[in-house]
Ligand binder design. Structure first.
Ligand SMILES: NC(=O)c1ccc[n+]([C@@H]2O[C@H](COP(=O)([O-])OP(=O)(O)OC[C@H]3O[C@@H](n4cnc5c(N)ncnc54)[C@H](O)[C@@H]3O)[C@@H](O)[C@H]2O)c1
Length: 367
């Protein structure tokens, strides 16, 4: 495909490099500009990654040359920046979560629909070889009818590695809204939409300490639950249990497992594009490794490329706003259930995103 879709990036922080590399791996995408509220940072990062143009956010949104705005700002700013970009008539791919409240998530989805622009949202890791192979294992019936699943994301928080860790403990983040999107999106991709959730949450440590980077030694107040234990009832019948936690030093737990009527599937880390897929069918003595059916040699940006193909051909893009809103709805439901002491019905719905076809050439997606 010779068509180029031009990308402007808003937010030039820690994750920028991964996006630049991931987007540049796809011939359809051309990153032409970047912006940040911190103009000096945007200048420095543009030079670091050879991004041709640096501008203010307003200039970037007003630039008629830009087709897609990739929103890599902090979670609290996602809705505001996405709404401004949609208002300027741009297609948008946002980092996760889509927004930090249901209302804002719904506003972003509605605004894109009204304006007739496409809305995409991270994560796009479910388009990597690890998760796509799991999807194929399930769709091809290797484990029979899925009946249950578990998902575990455990750790002791990002302050040990991230240079600006404060936002992870503010409204809009915590282990569920920050890392949960990978796990919940993976579950919805594999098992379909969710009809209700319940859960219990807690803050185990009301204060954290930055242990690296310029803020080392500074105390970080904790605004959001840092341990979330939830249960999801899927529309199609399966029941899943999930834990996302920044309160656990170490654990011997799988990332995700799906249990079917004929066997079990071990799903790799949904925060990466590859990983090890294993199946153990009923009667088998041990787990067998499944060769990946799709490429793991892709990165953050495959979702942006998929949106660009959708623009070019009119087909649906996979990491889309309906999926992201459903995932947000589910994630917010766990704390709501904990506060209210009951199940929360999930009103939003989305379709399972279409699986990627086999045999795609490197740097290309299906038309
Ligand atoms: N760091 C990672 O490993 C990682 C991985 C996957 C996803 N993400 C997601 O990517 C997003 C960004 O994360 P990060 O680690 O790069 O954060 P960061 O704090 O390093 O960078 C965010 C940047 O956005 C800018 N910004 C904030 N509000 C803005 C606004 N209103 N307009 C313009 N610029 C604004 C900040 O100045 C900063 O440069 C988050 O949603 C995060 O969840 C991060």
């Amino acid at each position: 495909m010779v068509m180029k879709v031009r990308v402007g990036i808003v937010g030039t922080g820690n994750i920028l490099g991964a996006y630049v590399a991931g987007c540049r791996a796809f011939g359809i995408l051309d990153i032409i500009a970047c912006a940040d509220i911190d103009q000096d940072k945007a200048e420095a990062r543009a030079e670091e990654f050879a991004i041709p143009r640096v501008c203010t956010v307003e200039e970037l949104l007003a630039d008629p040359d830009i087709d897609i705005v990739v929103n890599l700002t902090v979670p609290k700013a996602h809705a505001e920046v996405s709404l401004a970009a949609i208002g300027a008539g741009k297609h948008v791919h946002s980092e996760k979560p889509l927004a930090v409240t249901r209302r804002d998530g719904e506003r972003v989805v509605a605004a894109a629909r009204e304006k007739g622009v496409l809305l995409g949202c991270a994560p796009d890791t479910f388009l990597g070889g690890g998760q796509q192979t799991c999807r194929k294992v399930i769709d091809d019936g290797w484990i029979g009818e899925p009946v249950a699943a578990v998902a575990f994301m455990t750790g002791h928080g990002p302050e040990s590695w991230h240079p600006n860790p404060d936002f992870f403990y503010q409204v809009g983040a915590g282990p569920m809204l920050d890392v949960g999107p990978y796990y919940v999106t993976a579950l919805v991709h594999l098992l379909g939409p969710v009809r209700r959730v319940t859960g219990s949450t807690r803050i185990s440590f009301p204060e954290r300490m930055a242990t690296r980077g310029p803020h080392q030694g500074r105390k970080i107040p904790v605004e959001v639950p840092t341990h979330v234990a939830g249960v999801l009832d899927f529309v199609g019948g399966p029941v899943a249990a999930i834990i996302t936690s920044f309160d656990i030093w170490s654990a011997n737990l799988p990332r995700i497992e799906v249990y079917g009527s004929q066997g079990s599937l071990s799903v790799p880390d949904p925060n990466i594009f590859g990983g090890r897929v294993q199946v153990r069918r009923s009667g088998a003595d041990e787990w067998s490794e499944v060769q990946l059916t799709h490429s793991a040699e892709v990165g953050r940006g495959i979702g942006v490329a998929d949106l660009a193909y959708a623009l070019a051909t009119g087909r649906q893009h996979r990491a889309n706003g309906d999926l992201a809103l459903h995932v947000l709805d589910i994630m917010l439901g766990f704390e709501e259930a904990s506060v209210r002491g009951r199940h929360i019905d999930i009103a939003s719905r989305c379709a399972r995103p279409a699986p990627l076809p086999l045999g795609l050439a490197a740097g290309e997606l299906d038309p």
